[in-house]
Design a protein around this ligand. Structure first.
Ligand SMILES: NC(=O)c1ccc[n+]([C@@H]2O[C@H](COP(=O)([O-])OP(=O)(O)OC[C@H]3O[C@@H](n4cnc5c(N)ncnc54)[C@H](OP(=O)(O)O)[C@@H]3O)[C@@H](O)[C@H]2O)c1
Length: 209
């Protein structure tokens, strides 16, 4: 049974550190990595994610069941699929139209796949779940005001989706789960609830349609 007492976060920018802060508020330990060494990240993390432990990128999945991917898609050529073998990989990335993408990414999109499906093809020894991509780092720091904000979870694996739904709840959002990774395209930039708060009912109407 996977657990998320401790998770990994790859990418220590706006999104990655916001996920790390939210996880820390929920009592979840975080190991976080970027292109920099732990020593090089020290001052950055003191400011943006003081409770997270810096590790090397190739160690971000060591000893955890789940890693959140928070690296720009244009940089994914430098992220080795082998790091995530047998892990749940939460794809929190987005495709921006002006972003130059690796060739394999462009090819996958051109074949009609959603960006998460392309990532699942590339990271094929992990179980990919699309989640957390449509919530900005600002909102990640201030979830659930008077009504719980909904967050989409999409995966072809029901068990991995359940784990990620539990994580999303722990971070302060109401998970709405779709039973296919392909459904994640309904949360990409340009869709109605990208960076727009929604209740579970509103999100479900759009996301599960
Ligand atoms: N910003 C948001 O509110 C938000 C919310 C949800 C999802 N997202 C998505 O999350 C992704 C990242 O966005 P961001 O705004 O966090 O970008 P960002 O602020 O530019 O941060 C990118 C991070 O990725 C790291 N990185 C780049 N290449 C890497 C590699 N090969 N290995 C390890 N780490 C690497 C960078 O490392 P260095 O620090 O060493 O340069 C940096 O820490 C995007 O796809 C974005 O759409 C963003």
């Amino acid at each position: 049974m996977p657990s998320f007492d401790r998770i990994g976060v790859l990418g220590a920018g706006r999104a990655g550190t916001a996920f790390a802060r939210a996880a820390a508020r929920s009592g979840i330990d975080v190991q976080i990595a970027s292109t920099r060494t732990p020593t090089q990240m020290r001052y950055h993390l003191m400011q943006y994610a003081p409770q997270a432990r810096a590790v090397l990128a190739e160690e971000v999945a060591d000893g955890v069941d789940l890693v959140i991917l928070a690296v720009p898609q244009e940089d994914l050529d430098d992220v080795a699929p082998a790091w995530f073998t047998d892990r749940i990989l939460v794809d929190a990335t987005n495709r921006w139209h002006d972003e130059p993408l690796p060739e394999w990414f462009e090819k996958g999109l051109a074949s009609g796949l959603s960006s998460s499906e392309v990532i699942a093809q590339r990271f094929d020894t992990a179980t990919v779940v699309k989640a957390l991509n449509h919530i900005s780092h600002w909102a990640m720091d201030t979830p659930a005001a008077d009504e719980e904000r909904a967050a989409a979870v999409a995966s072809d694996s029901p068990s991995a989706a359940k784990v990620v739904a539990d994580l999303v709840s722990a971070l302060g959002f109401a998970p709405v789960v779709a039973s296919s990774l392909a459904a994640g395209r309904h949360t990409e930039p340009g869709t109605p609830y990208f960076n727009v708060a929604a209740t579970s009912e509103q999100l479900a109407r759009h996301f599960l349609a």
